[in-house]
Design a protein around this ligand. Structure first.
Ligand code: NAD
Length: 478
């Protein structure tokens, strides 16, 4: 695996501007797709069953790789990566036939006796870019939707999670033929391929800098893109909230994967009258969940690498530590850290934290919070803890965000019926469950006219200037 920003010199000459190994995969997949085999629902179901078998047969190896890359315990690895995939595969197997069946839509009376339907087709060749933070889940979950929709897929895995990436390369090669599913690891060559070859879809999960590189490359071929990005997701606690529950769920959601979760609460607004009580509960639940020394706790995940560890450690200088602040260089761990008195122009408040640090801001008037948040980029997630229906409605009616919870955090991802994705700067497009099938499918809209009746005389020439009846119909009857 080479790093994405340092192009290595290709050993063999490129073919059409693409590395030969990748070109071979693309050509083989194009040829296979053209056979029409992936249009068969039974074939797609079989691939999903193979995928499930691949995961069940190798569960221990996958959990071990996740532990090596991110220090995840088996429990957390299963809960947040493998379990989610089991559920997504089962859900897809259950509904695939229904999702794929043509859907009748209404037809206006002036088109009588025609009817109208939407048909679903595979998009063709798809390239999926997976990130390092949930290196198994975020490679396989979009792959499930891609298989379900009947595409051939190249999964580009992240270089920052080497153990999981290596394992996934081996497993995908062992359980699938490269002509319909292939794993790939060279980011630089993958982007070149997108620039030189049209794809049915490029599906990218990661940061916004690389998203721009990928979107630009895809635009060269007018290839559509889905971008699953991140950003700063706020969490709000008002004075009516159940503070114990809020503390338990915020500590849990923030510390999943040590905060390296795209939908983790990034910063907190809390009514000043309940702040002290809330912090007390945070301490209680933190100690209950991770004991007094989280940096030595082998069940607490680590920061992915030294670069991200240093980035996070530097944030600790951007304010006053309210709670936590422990770091351990040797284990690459940082404890849950609540911070206050933060300069709003600091890096801590201008960049996505993506770690276990939680800035805390107090408020006395929720309208001011709403006005402040409206001026910021639209976040991927938003969380609100309140018992007040008015506060809930005010927040939901006035703020835009990709997904979220009322009185919980992160758990929205556990519902496959809820489409997942960002909005504005946090992303383009949706997936999970049916939304994933729809995103990875191309829709054909078809008007089905019977051949025995032709009832609309206005559409046929010769046209003359007596269009008065037509005008009346368009103005008052259509
Ligand atoms: P990353 O570094 O793993 O990059 C993502 C993908 O892009 C990887 O496949 C990587 O190999 C590839 N890549 C990296 N540099 C590249 C380059 N120069 N050219 C082409 N490809 C390149 O992940 P990251 O960007 O550090 O991910 C963290 C970000 O992802 C955070 O902002 C987080 O919020 C976001 N994220 C979003 C979601 C979501 O579902 N919305 C999920 C996870 C992470």
């Amino acid at each position: 695996m080479n790093t994405p920003n340092t192009p290595k010199k290709p050993e063999k000459p490129e073919i059409n501007g693409i590395a030969p190994e990748l070109y071979e995969i693309i050509s083989a997949q194009r040829e296979f797709f053209a056979t029409g085999k992936t249009r068969d629902i039974a074939f797609r179901r079989q691939l999903l069953l193979n995928l499930r078998m691949m995961i069940r047969d190798n569960e221990g190896l996958i959990l071990e790789a996740l532990r090596a890359d991110l220090g995840k315990s088996y429990h957390e690895g299963y809960l947040t990566e493998i379990g989610m995939i089991e559920q997504e595969i089962n859900h897809t197997l259950r509904y695939l036939k229904v999702w794929n069946s043509p859907k009748t839509v209404a037809t206006p009376y002036y088109l009588f006796p025609s009817s109208s339907k939407k048909y679903y087709h595979p998009r063709g060749l798809v390239m999926i870019f997976a990130p390092w933070n949930y290196p198994f889940l975020l490679a396989i979950q979009p792959l499930i939707s891609s298989i379900a929709a009947g595409n051939c897929t190249i999964v580009k895995l992240s270089e920052h999670s080497p153990r999981t990436t290596r394992l996934l390369c081996e497993l995908i090669d062992k359980y699938f033929d490269r002509e319909y599913i292939a794993a790939y690891t060279d980011s630089f060559e993958a982007v070149k391929a997108i620039r030189h070859e049209p794809f049915g879809l490029v599906f990218y999960t990661g940061g916004s800098t690389v998203a721009r590189i990928i979107s630009k490359a895809a635009a060269t071929q007018l290839t559509p893109v889905v971008l699953e990005l991140g950003g700063k997701s706020p969490c709000i606690i008002d004075k009516t909230a159940n503070l114990r529950l809020a503390a338990r769920r915020i500590v849990c959601g923030k510390l999943l994967n040590a905060g390296q979760t795209c939908v983790a609460p990034d910063y907190l607004y809390i009514d000043s009258s309940v702040k002290e009580e809330f912090i007390g509960y945070v301490k209680e639940y933190h100690d209950k969940f991770y004991q007094a020394a989280p940096c030595e706790n082998k069940f607490y995940p680590k920061i992915i690498n030294r670069m991200h560890f240093e980035r996070l450690r530097n944030y600790l200088k951007d304010g006053t530590i309210l709670f936590g602040g422990e770091v351990n260089e040797d284990t690459c761990r940082i404890s849950l850290t609540l911070m206050e008195k933060i300069d709003r122009d600091s890096k801590l408040m201008s960049e996505e934290i993506f770690g276990p640090i939680l800035p805390v801001f107090e408020f006395n008037d929720i309208n001011i919070v709403i006005n402040t948040l409206r001026k910021r980029p639209k976040p991927l997630a938003l969380y609100l803890f309140t018992k007040s229906r008015d506060t809930r409605d005010m927040v939901l009616n006035n703020l835009d965000f990709g997904c979220g919870c009322i009185n919980d955090t992160v758990i929205q991802l556990a519902n496959p019926h809820l489409p997942f994705g960002g909005i504005g700067e946090s992303g383009i497009g949706r997936y999970h469950g049916k939304a994933g099938f729809d995103t990875f499918s191309a829709e054909s809209s078809v008007l089905l006219a019977p051949s025995h009746a032709d009832l609309n005389p206005f559409r046929y020439p010769p046209f003359d200037d007596s269009y008065g009846v037509l005008k009346l119909i368009f103005r008052y009857l259509i």
